[in-house]
Design a protein around this ligand. Sequence first.
Ligand code: SF4
Length: 208
Amino acid sequence: MKITLNPNYVLKNDDGCVLLIGKRLLVDDDTSDDSVISVIHPFHAMILSFVNGDEYDNILDKVSEQLQISREKVKKFIDPLIENTKPVGPLYKNIQLGFPKNTIIKSNQKKLTSYNINDFKYDYIDMRLKRHKTPSNIILMINNKCATNCIYCYADKRHPTDCKIPLVRIKEIIAEARSLNAVNFNLIGGEVFFVQKMERIIKNLFGI
Ligand code: SF4
């Protein structure tokens, strides 16, 4: 059996802890919880870094060998998270501490997720609920020009503005969002397709 960390969840470094965040998907998908923002221990994130589409037994062996814990302890941690139908871990002030449904899924695809255990080696642990260190949901409002005039429009169009941000800077912003493991990057206007470089921006967003 091959298993992987559900690719609809992202592990993200924070201040003394790791956040496990659900991606907002464009289509309905009940195999994950897109609203979850969970605080997990960095050591658990290190274990999950090995859960990347490899055979179950190989993963147990690798974690046990590299993190110097018994195979039984690794199994005890991983097994309840494989296709778990309910969250595993306590709720605290309506925030899930622990692991959402289907944290780990069975998969025949190799390397659906890719994390490095060294990214989760911290000098200190701080599992308190607090403001996150970096943004996870990023909105780039690229212009406010639009051909229509919806009554519910959120854009302040009193001073119509074209996109003045150079393409190279937009690419830097997208790269920075990726490096922060942001789970959503929303590109909004106005009418974004008024921006001539939009095709290149979208290709960059999708890594084409
Ligand atoms: S920016 Fe969006 S909401 Fe506002 S008028 Fe244009 S289409 Fe409508």
